[in-house]
Design a binder for this molecule. Structure first.
Ligand code: SF4
Length: 375
C-alpha cells in the first residue's frame, strides 16, 4: 500500500534554524495552493498512480495552519483517488501555538487520526533561542487539548544539542515529555546549517553547542529514560508505545512506496523517484497550465534500490533481514558486503543474529559511517 505525503509549505514565522521548504503564510496563496493540491490528487488518481493507500502524512511547513475543512477536503480527495482503507493512519503535524481544543476536535472530525506536535523543547529559554513562537506551557497545553479532542495517537518532536543546552537541560525536557504522556516521540539532533540565521545569532550571543561526548550522552541517556518510561525505540530517532509506531514513516524505512503531493514533495514508486518543483507559486502555476510539476525524475537501478533499502532499513532497531532482502534483489548480501561490515561487528556497532543485521545503540551514533558501506 502507498503512503501519501502532503506538503504544506506555510509557517506563521520562519525559525532561525530551519532549512525546510517553507515560506511565510499568505492566505491568498494558501487558498490557491490547496486548490492545486486537490487537482494534483485527482490527476494522480486518473493517471492510474492510485494503487491503494493506507497512510496520509501532512508535513510542512506548518500543516495545522490549514483550516480543518481544507484538511478534510484533501483527505476526501485522497480517499476518492487512492481507495484509502478505513483504518488508514492520517497524521497532521501541528505547532502548539496554532491549536485549540476546538480546532483539534475539528481536525479529528475531518479524518485526522494522529497528531504530531512540534514541541522541540520544554524550556522557554531554548524555545526563544530557536525563535519558536510557542512557550513550554503552550506545548504542554496543546498535548492536553489533543487528548481532550479525542486523539489517542499523539507524537511529539523534541530537539537535542541546542545552543546553550547542557545534558541536564536536555534530560529535563525529556522528563517533561514523559510527563505529558505522548504515544510516540521523535528526537532530532539540531543541525546548524551554514547560512542559518541561528549561526550568526550563536556567534553574537556566544552560545555554543555542547561537546560531541555530551551529545552522545544526551542521546544514550534519553533513550534509556524513555525505555524506563515504557517506550520502545524502533528507529534511530523514534520511540513509541506498543502499537504506536508511525506506519507512514515505516514505509520510508522498509523499502515501501510513497507519493509526495505538493511543492517540493518527493515520491518513490515503481523504481522511479521524483521531486515536485519547490516554490509554491511555481507549483500552482504549473498545475493550472497542466505543465509537468516534476523537476527531478530518476529511474533507479536495482542496485540503487537495494542500496537504499539497506541504508534505510538499518535505521530500524529490528535491522535488516539479509536473506529476505537479498532474495528479493537476487544478491548474496553477505558475500557482497560482509568483508566491509566485519570491522563494525568486531567493534560492537553491529550485531548479526540469524539472517538479521542490526545496529547496536552505540552503533547508532556511528550510523552514517556504517551505512556508507551500502552506498
Ligand atoms: S515551524 Fe517548522 S517548518 Fe516552519 S519555519 Fe519553523 S522549523 Fe521551519
Amino acid at each position: 500500500m502507498l503512503g501519501l505525503y502532503i506538503h504544506v509549505p506555510f509557517c506563521a514565522a520562519i525559525c532561525n534554524y530551519c532549512n525546510f521548504n517553507r515560506g511565510v503564510f499568505d492566505a491568498d496563496l494558501k487558498a490557491r495552493y490547496v486548490d492545486a493540491l486537490l487537482t494534483e490528487i485527482d490527476r494522480a488518481g486518473q493517471a492510474g498512480r492510485a494503487g491503494g493507500a493506507d497512510t496520509i502524512y501532512f508535513g510542512g511547513g506548518t500543516p495545522s495552519l490549514l483550516e480543518p475543512g481544507e484538511v478534510g477536503a484533501i483527505v476526501a480527495a485522497c480517499a476518492r483517488a487512492f481507495a484509502l482503507g478505513a483504518d488508514s493512519e492520517i497524521t497532521l503535524e501541528a505547532n502548539p501555538e496554532t491549536v485549540t481544543r476546538d480546532r483539534l476536535a475539528a481536525f479529528r472530525a475531518e479524518g485526522v487520526t494522529r497528531l504530531s506536535v512540534g514541541v522541540q523543547s520544554f524550556r522557554d529559554d531554548e524555545l526563544r533561542r530557536l525563535s519558536r513562537l510557542h512557550t513550554a506551557a503552550r506545548a504542554r497545553a496543546a498535548v492536553g487539548e489533543a487528548r481532550a479532542a479525542g486523539f489517542d495517537n499523539v507524537s511529539i518532536d523534541l530537539m537535542m544539542w541546542l545552543p546553550g543546552q547542557s545534558v541536564a537541560d536536555w534530560l529535563a525536557s525529556v522528563d517533561d515529555a514523559v510527563s505529558v504522556d505522548p504515544d510516540h516521540l521523535s528526537l532530532y539532533l539540531l543541525e546548524v546549517y551554514p547560512n542559518a540565521p541561528l549561526r550568526e545569532e550563536m556567534a553574537r550571543a556566544r552560545w555554543s553547542q555542547a561537546p560531541d561526548e555530551d551529545a552522545e550522552a544526551m542521546y544514550l541517556t534519553a533513550m534509556e529514560r524513555l525505555e524506563a518510561a515504557g517506550y520502545r525505540q524502533y528507529e534511530i530517532s523514534n520511540v513509541a508505545k506498543a502499537g504506536r509506531r508511525s506506519r507512514h514513516n515505516l514505509k520510508y524505512w522498509t523499502d515501501g512506496e510513497w507519493l509526495g503531493l505538493g511543492c517540493g514533495a518527493h515520491s518513490t514508486q515503481g523504481g522511479v523517484r521524483w521531486k515536485n518543483v519547490s516554490a509554491p507559486g511555481d507549483y500552482v502555476r504549473r498545475i493550472a497550465s497542466r505543465s509537468d510539476i516534476r523537476d527531478e525524475v530518476r529511474s533507479m537501478s536495482a542496485d540503487e534500490r537495494l542500496g537504499d533499502a539497506l541504508f534505510t532499513g538499518l535505521r530500524l532497531t529490528d535491522g535488516i533481514d539479509l536473506a529476505a532482502l537479498g532474495g528479493r534483489y537476487g544478491v548474496d548480501l553477505w558475500a557482497r558486503y560482509g568483508g566491509e561490515l566485519d570491522r563494525y561487528l568486531e567493534a560492537g556497532c553491529l550485531i548479526r543474529e540469524g539472517p538479521r543485521l542490526r545496529l547496536t545503540r552505540r552503533g547508532m551514533l556511528l550510523a552514517h559511517e556504517v551505512m556508507a558501506v551500502f552506498v
